[in-house]
Design a protein around this ligand. Structure first.
Ligand code: AMP
Ligand code: ZN
Length: 133
């Protein structure tokens, strides 16, 4: 039987910072980035090697290594993260749906093409052609 969400430990008890993680260092402003958005839980910043006219990354400030580490304890956090995407995409210049739109990508693990092991959403949009994708 599935464990009820209410009986699982709250996600906030997980270690929330990895001193060796590139994106944790970006959150801590130890490495510079170009900010798109910031609140208590999330940070968004421009990708350093954009594939598309609009290409930014949205991350939880808490260190979560990948989508493979997401479970029921993260449903609230993930819901709030997803809900930011449409707003930030338009803010950053993605054209309105349906003629415009964007790609939302989360590479997971080596075979999923993940290079940075801190959960991140790629949001890519703008007029085509793009460099990749
Ligand atoms: P992934 O392959 O899904 O792990 O994507 C990692 C992304 O992080 C790539 O698109 C990189 O261009 C981007 N990236 C790496 N270092 C930085 C950095 N210092 N600032 C912004 N983006 C970065
Ligand atoms: Zn991290």
């Amino acid at each position: 039987m599935n464990t009820p969400i209410s009986s699982l430990q709250d996600a906030s008890h997980a270690p929330d910072h990895d001193p060796h993680c590139l994106f944790c260092k970006i959150v801590a402003k130890q490495i510079p980035s170009r900010a798109v958005y910031e609140d208590a839980e999330f940070y968004a910043f421009h990708d350093i090697a954009p594939w598309a006219p609009v290409h930014f990354l949205l991350i939880p400030k808490q260190h979560i290594a990948s989508m493979a580490h997401i479970s029921e304890v993260h449903v609230g956090l993930m819901g709030r993260m997803m809900a930011l995407v449409p707003r930030l995409a338009l803010q950053e210049g993605c054209n309105p749906y349906p003629e415009g739109g964007y790609r939302l990508v989360t590479n997971t693990g080596a075979e999923g093409g993940q290079e940075v092991r801190h959960l991140h959403f790629h949001i890519m949009g703008g007029a085509r052609p793009w460099l990749r994708g």
